[in-house]
Design a protein around this ligand. Structure first.
Ligand code: PMT
Length: 400
């Protein structure tokens, strides 16, 4: 599995070090070249000799050694890595890596390495849940570090909770994912729309909805992960832009989204329309703030363009997926939208259900395709829903 691959493993000081002995042995059996760097604390738990025997190679512990040959070791080890794993990773080393501290062989080498990095944390659950540690991990994730998340259970210190080094199988699966990434949409062009629209009433006020962009951004992220060239057209949201996009276009109104979609459409093969677009907008936008008066205020609204319908009418051989945000007759209404907007499939969410639809991190969806194949899903993270949607795209494109 790992033939011709060099895995550099940084081992830091925690009781889980003993589990990494097994990991090294398994990686060797999978034909990897394994280079081990140990911190001083790690060497308190297991002797470097153990890792030397298991990895069949030198174990690096010292930054400054008398040389028997001319080689700047932290640079040459860093350059040799196809992937850099830190396991177990203590709160201390995570903090150092996040803050750019390089004060020993491990932290210096990881800083000098351009290889993808996998971090497998292991520590006491209170340390793991500490907002400082969580913040450090979040920053590293945003910088592209991949985490083999710890398991939950009884820890060596007797506490119960998250913080146990995940099993060797999970770490190996992560390494495999990094070294042989699954990119079924490599090079394909995908357009995702996300977030709400804002329809101005006057210079102060607008009509909008509760969309946060979480669903659409999760789809865009997953499409990037699947290797696609992703254009994201987004209404105003407060979440971070996915990394690796080909293009990001920020819009406010449905009309602006419509224009942006039309500009992009010719160069796009796959469209996923998760934005919550306002169906109506005020007929006119007041130049000045509308003053309050006695009695009610009536605002006349006119229809916005139906962007998804337009794409369906100009679809050619594009793959087109839409959403339906429903509160009643869920499946029937979804089916109607699938047909009337000429979609390949529709993702129907019942936005009245708890933990589904707007704003939540989870969603409960039914995916219905134009051949009548219907799949009802339990509650899932929006990231997982995004994967199901992209898997459906892969399935359809393999049939075309
Ligand atoms: O952003 P989150 O907080 O994560 O919430 C996710 C979500 C609930 C917004 C998302 O899962 C969702 O359901 N998006 C579609 C919302 C919506 O506008 O649904 P609809 O049933 O009104 O529209 C059907 C489809 O037509 C949608 O794909 C929509 O993008 C599209 N449409 C609608 C109106 C319009 N004028 N133009 C459109 O293109």
């Amino acid at each position: 599995m790992f033939k011709d691959k060099t895995i550099v493993i940084g081992v830091t000081g925690g009781i889980a070090v003993y589990k990494v002995c097994d990991l090294v042995s398994r990686l060797k059996k999978l034909n990897a070249t394994v280079k081990v760097i140990m911190t001083k604390s790690a060497a308190q738990f297991v002797s470097p000799l153990t890792f030397q025997t298991l990895s069949a190679g030198k174990v690096y512990t010292e930054m400054f050694e008398y040389l028997d040959h001319w080689d700047v070791e932290h640079i040459s080890v860093a350059k040799s890595a196809d992937v850099f794993l830190v396991a177990p990773a203590t709160a201390n080393v995570i903090g150092k890596i996040r803050h750019g501290i390089a004060d020993d062989m491990l932290t210096t080498t990881i800083m000098a390495s351009t290889a993808p990095k996998v971090i497998a944390p292991a520590m006491n659950t209170n340390m793991y849940m500490n907002p400082v540690v969580q913040d450090n991990m979040k920053t590293l994730k945003n910088l592209g570090y991949i985490f083999a998340e710890p398991d939950s259970g009884y820890l060596a210190c007797g506490d119960l909770g998250a913080g146990r080094l995940t099993d060797a199988e999970n770490i190996i699966a992560k390494l495999e994912e990094v070294l042989n990434p699954y990119k079924p949409l490599e090079g394909r062009t995908v357009l995702v729309t996300a977030g709400p629209t804002q329809e101005s009433l006057d210079p102060v006020r607008y009509l909008t909805n509760h969309s946060t962009g979480k669903m659409g951004y999760a789809i865009a992220r997953k499409a990037v992960e699947f290797g696609a060239k992703v254009t994201l057209i987004s209404g105003p949201v407060n979440i971070e832009k996915p990394d690796g996009l080909l293009k990001f276009i920020g819009i406010k109104s449905a009309d602006e989204m419509f224009e942006a979609v039309k500009d992009e459409l010719d160069s796009i093969e796959i469209v996923i329309k998760s934005a919550a677009v306002a169906d109506y907008r005020p007929i006119s936008v007041a130049d000045n703030k509308i003053k309050k008066k006695d009695g009610n205020l009536n605002i006349e609204l006119e229809r916005n363009p139906d962007i998804l319908k337009y794409i369906g009418q100009h679809k050619g051989d594009k793959i087109l997926a839409g959403f339906a945000a429903e509160t009643e007759n869920i499946i029937e209404n979804g089916k109607r939208k699938l047909v009337s907007k000429n979609l390949d499939f529709i993702i129907i969410n019942n936005i009245k259900e708890t933990d589904a639809g707007f704003g939540t991190d989870t969603n409960i969806v039914t995916i219905l395709d134009k051949y009548g194949v219907q799949k009802d899903y339990e509650k899932m993270l929006k990231d997982e829903v995004a994967k199901e949607i992209l898997d459906k795209i892969v399935e359809i494109s393999s049939q075309k």
